[in-house]
Design a protein around this ligand. Structure first.
Ligand code: AMP
Ligand code: GLY
Length: 449
């Protein structure tokens, strides 16, 4: 079989690595991938550039047709929101993910909030605004803390949890008046502040059947102690003890099943990964903070480290409408620590040399998934006659190429052991401005002791 994974992050490295483990798979193409996917056995990075301006997904379609790709797995939200699944289906290509209609659950906070309200899915009370003055009046009525969200896609950074009304005003001005988030922030959703513990609940859905992935918890804030700005995620672990069997049942009946039923009724059956970001209160009641129409990043890395079923078999079953209701998981927990580059999340770095990455062969219980990495452009240093591409990838220097650089993920007998194992490997990896949190998993570790 041949698989194409779309995306360039840690999630895609983990997906490609899992696909390549299946003996049936002869080749995994990753578009565009990163240095980690380039080095992975059976994997090859490719660049897909569109020449057809009428169909922004035509390069993917042509590649799949020309190379007899059996399965496409789409990692990030952007192509899903713009209809890559619809385009592939129209061309007869088997691609795993939700249609553009269903992807609105992530692509528009307003769509998601209305959908939840219409289908009695528990979520924070909210109101949507396009004009700053009325948004501020609403903030005055509700008081702080209160949460301001850009309506569109903002890479996990379009949410401000305002502790004071002044902070709320500033966020409203940034988004609505100063256009800091571009189109994504031309409309804002203002919602009630929820208290509790967060968890990520990710499923595979084939239109009808639901296969829950192992539970997980992300750490969205940049700094230790869950302080600092929101990021795309600085680390995650699986399973999340806050999701007890009772909470699991509630999430399935109050959140996931209603999505599946409502999308089917609307004539747009939900297919692909569905990610519910949850707040779980003291009584174990879940509320949806957000829906994502894809696997989480960095949640994918620890979750897939534990997956013992073949991800290719699961996706193939999903594409055939025959998802099983359970997958096989390693009982041991896994924990991933993201090493970010200088200035993340406000800015990020490119081209800083990374040292201390472990050899691929050593990575059985600790795996370094790459995200913002690339090979150094060595052409400048070489004799002009030598083509840099002819060099073996494994001999080339690896450099930073984005905000989240790698996710060091460890499997161990307890969350605290996994944290220690990941920290040891993370401590050996260095590049200019590298920073990471040493407290990933603190909530679960507090429960363990
Ligand atoms: P989102 O991008 O919607 O997941 O929001 C990013 C982060 O902001 C979440 O992971 C929460 O930590 C926080 N957050 C978002 N909405 C709320 C809310 N209504 N109440 C409390 N915290 C929230
Ligand atoms: N880790 C959060 C996300 O994938 O959106």
């Amino acid at each position: 079989m041949k698989v194409l994974v779309i995306g360039a992050g840690g999630r895609e490295h983990a997906l490609a690595w899992q696909c390549a483990k299946d003996d049936k798979v002869e080749k995994v193409y990753v578009a565009p991938g990163n240095a980690g996917t380039a080095l992975e056995p059976k994997c090859q990075n490719i660049v897909l550039e569109n020449k057809n301006t009428d169909n922004e997904h035509s390069a993917v379609i042509e590649f799949c047709q020309y190379n007899d790709i059996d399965i496409v797995i789409v990692g990030p939200e952007a192509p899903l929101v713009t209809g890559i699944i619809d385009a592939c289906r129209d061309a007869g290509i088997k691609a795993w993910g939700p249609t553009a209609y269903c992807a609105q659950l992530e692509g528009s906070k307003t769509f998601a909030k209305e959908f939840m309200q219409n289908n009695n899915i528990p979520t924070a009370a909210y109101q949507g605004f396009t004009d700053a003055a009325s948004a501020k009046v609403y903030v005055d009525e509700q008081g702080a803390p209160i949460v301001i969200k850009a309506d569109g896609l903002a890479a996990g950074k379009g949410v401000i949890v305002a502790e004071t009304t002044e902070q709320a005003y500033a966020a409203i001005d940034d988004m609505l008046a100063d256009n800091k988030f571009g189109d994504a922030g031309s409309r804002v959703v203002i919602e009630q502040f929820l208290q509790g513990e967060e968890a990520s609940f990710i499923c595979m859905i084939d239109g009808d059947n639901i296969l829950p992935m192992a539970t997980s918890q992300d750490h969205k804030r940049a700094f230790e102690g869950d302080t600092g700005p929101n990021t795309g995620g600085m680390g995650a672990y699986s399973p999340a003890p806050v999701v007890t069997d009772d909470v699991h049942n509630k999430v399935m009946t109050q959140v996931i099943q209603p999505v599946v039923d409502a999308m089917k009724t609307a004539g747009h059956p939900y297919t692909g990964f569905l990610y519910a970001g949850l707040m779980i209160d003291d009584a174990g009641n879940p509320s949806v903070i957000e829906f994502n129409c894809r696997f989480g990043d960095p949640e994918t890395q620890p979750i897939l480290m534990r997956l013992q079923s073949s991800i290719v078999d699961l996706v193939a079953a999903g594409l055939a409408g025959q998802l099983p209701d359970e997958a096989d998981w390693d009982k041991r927990p896994a924990l991933g620590i993201v090493i970010a580059s200088k200035g993340y999340p406000e800015t990020s770095s490119k081209g800083d040399v990374i040292s201390g990455l472990p050899e691929l062969d050593d990575q059985q219980f600790v795996k370094v998934f790459h995200a913002g990495t690339d090979f150094a452009k060595e052409a400048d240093n070489l004799d002009a006659n030598i083509n840099a591409n002819a060099q073996n990838d494994s001999d080339r220097e690896i450099v930073t190429n984005g905000g989240r650089v790698v996710c060091v993920t460890a499997l161990a007998d307890s969350i605290s052991d996994a944290q220690q194992a990941a920290l040891t490997v993370a401590g050996a990896i260095s590049f200019e401005g590298a920073h990471y949190r040493r407290d990933i998993g603190h909530q679960a570790i507090a429960r363990e002791s």
